[in-house]
Design a protein around this ligand. Structure first.
Ligand code: HEM
Length: 543
């Protein structure tokens, strides 16, 4: 027999998110009262499996998600149920096949663009302090745009100071790189819109209480961006098709945007689906990468062990081994374990929500001991606290709050680990996201052999908007591995004025610096190269 649904008012309850992050119940389920409404929260794997998979038909994402997220992403796969959701899912499915994920040419290009952006902040073998979070957001934006829409945005390069004088940048790129000159840039618009959505999501069925002029302006800006993107990409594809009629192509690349455009000519539907996919592709994977590098900066032994595994499996940047593919990345066990451990402690989507469409029961949470089934009435909301579940000491051990990738050795996947959700609505981009994040991690650790936290990393502060992010960014310095560093010196050198002695920032020893100018891809900048040991035959001209 299912226990009746009893509301347990909790003193000091500040809302669903606070309850989820400060989960203190020894049980996997709680019910809270908030603004006269009642909510069921679960961090119990059996309940989660029932809601998402075995009793899928009893629940929908419902009006709360549509009301909170629809403000930003309109009517899209994420904010819909029923036939529209089913149709979107089957339309997108072929795009996430392994063959397409394995097309990693664009990912390599996005990595090189990121290296270029890092080089612009270099100071000898160490970089100047840089916020990796900002660079990751551009990486996932550029790479996602190419993967999903075949759009060559290159916002990473375009954001390097001075780039606009070198490249002819189109409107989409200038908007994405925050250099379009509008009073609200792309990054800010994304942040403001996400904050507004978060406020609405926290209010659950009272989402309509949160609205603001600033929020609407941000959403409008992003909608305009998507309209440009859709038009520019479709025009480019029409032009290619016209050229192909005279010169038949070798192979046509099918993109998700082309599939969408074949399916609907409704510009609003196209714009909204694109805006959701853009959000899904950019913020979530950037959050995974940000938390992972923050953890690596705080745990030097994990950085060292990860770099060793990467060099063993894939070689160094200058002497690479094997090919980076979906499968070879998956077989690099320690890399996977580091990503899983990051997703466990900092799931980019920490909270998920469903609404019951009929009277039903969930396996546990009822009775005096909370171990009996519990009734959920039609129209009631259930919150899945992934964040709390993945930190429970009874499921993960006494050291559940510690970052320890080794805990994954020999561990089987089950419903207590759910960063990508599960069941028929599981994240469609899971394999793509892990491949993309794994690829960039390998390339970064091949190129850089040291990482140093700069500021703001002593105390970890987290902030939840559409995703869970480190509040103060990921401010670090990276040290270029000697072989990559020497190779990077073999660009075109223009000898410049003086040699001087300078204490190497962050290190104790003194090095002799030769000031040279490096010209590469049209960028000219000053470059300080320290007195490294050069291989035979390599000479650096000095002034
Ligand atoms: C680390 C990266 C990512 C994480 C942690 C993540 C997580 C999630 C979660 C928790 C959901 C909600 C599922 C539900 O409502 O039960 C979701 C949905 C979705 N994600 Fe991801 N995601 C990531 C990356 C991506 C990427 C890169 C893409 C696309 C390129 C993507 C595409 C989608 C789509 C299309 C849905 C909607 C599925 C549906 O409603 O049927 N995700 N994701």
């Amino acid at each position: 027999m299912a226990a009746s649904y009893r509301l347990i008012p909790r003193a000091g309850c500040h809302g669903v998110w606070t309850e989820c992050t400060e989960w203190s119940s020894s049980q996997g389920n709680i019910q809270i009262g908030l603004l006269g409404k009642k909510f069921f929260l679960t961090a119990d794997a059996d309940n989660v499996r029932a809601i998402l998979a075995t009793q899928f038909k009893d629940f929908v994402t419902g009006p709360n998600r549509a009301g909170a997220f629809g403000y930003f992403v309109g009517k899209s796969i994420f904010t819909s149920d029923g036939p529209f959701w089913e149709h979107s899912r089957s339309l997108f499915k072929p795009h996430f096949a392994t063959g397409h994920i394995n097309d990693l040419e664009a990912t390599e290009r996005s990595c090189l663009d990121m290296f270029e952006a890092i080089s612009a902040r270099k100071n000898g073998q160490w970089t100047h302090p840089l916020d990796l979070q900002a660079l990751f957001l551009r990486f996932t934006l550029d790479n996602g745009m190419e993967f999903l829409f075949g759009a060559n945005v290159r916002s990473q390069l375009a954001a390097i100071p001075g780039a606009s004088t070198i490249y002819q940048l189109d409107e989409v790129t200038r908007m994405a790189a925050d250099t379009a000159g509008a009073d609200m840039g792309f990054t800010e618009a994304f942040h403001v819109a996400s904050l507004q959505v978060t406020k609405r999501a926290k209010l659950q069925s009272l989402y309509w209480l949160a609205d603001s002029k600033e929020g609407r302006k941000a959403v409008k800006y992003l909608q305009k961006f998507c309209e440009y993107l859709v038009n520019a990409t479709l025009q480019a594809s029409e032009q290619t098709s016209a050229n192909e009629r005279t010169n038949p192509p070798q192979a046509k690349k099918q993109t998700l945007l082309k599939a969408l455009a074949k399916d609907t000519h409704d510009p609003i539907e196209l714009r909204d689906q694109v805006l959701f996919m853009l959000t899904a592709a950019r913020d979530t994977t950037a959050a995974l990468l940000s938390w992972m590098f923050l953890m690596l900066a705080k745990h030097p032994p994990v950085w060292e062990k990860l770099r060793e595994s990467i060099i063993k499996d894939f070689g160094t940047e200058k002497a690479p081994k094997g090919v980076l593919t979906f499968s070879s990345l998956k077989h690099c066990t320690y890399l996977q374990n580091v990503m899983f451990e990051t997703l466990r402690l900092y799931p980019p989507g920490p909270l998920n929500t469903r609404m019951a469409v009929r009277d039903t029961t969930l396996p546990v949470g009822g009775g005096d001991d909370g171990k009996s089934p519990i009734a959920v009435r039609k129209g009631e909301t259930v919150n899945i606290c992934v964040y709390a579940m993945q930190r429970r000491t009874d499921l993960w051990g006494e050291d559940a709050l510690e970052f320890r990738p080794e805990r994954w050795e020999g561990r089987k996947m089950d419903w207590s680990f759910l960063p990508f959700s599960g069941g028929p609505r599981t994240c469609m981009g899971q394999q793509y996201a892990l491949t993309e994040a794994g690829y960039l991690t390998v390339r970064l650790l091949q190129r850089f052999d040291g990482i140093q936290a700069v500021e703001g990393l002593d105390v970890i502060e987290q902030f939840v908007t559409v995703t869970l992010e480190p509040t103060k960014g990921v401010n670090v310095r990276l040290r270029e591995a000697a072989s990559s560093y020497i190779a990077s010196l073999s660009f075109e050198f223009v000898p410049s004025s003086n040699n001087f002695e300078q204490a190497e920032a962050g290190g104790s020893q003194h090095s002799t610096f030769n000031i040279v100018e490096v010209r590469k891809k049209g960028f000219t900048r000053r470059h300080e190269c320290c007195g490294v040991q050069l291989p035979q035959g390599v000479a650096i001209p000095s002034g």
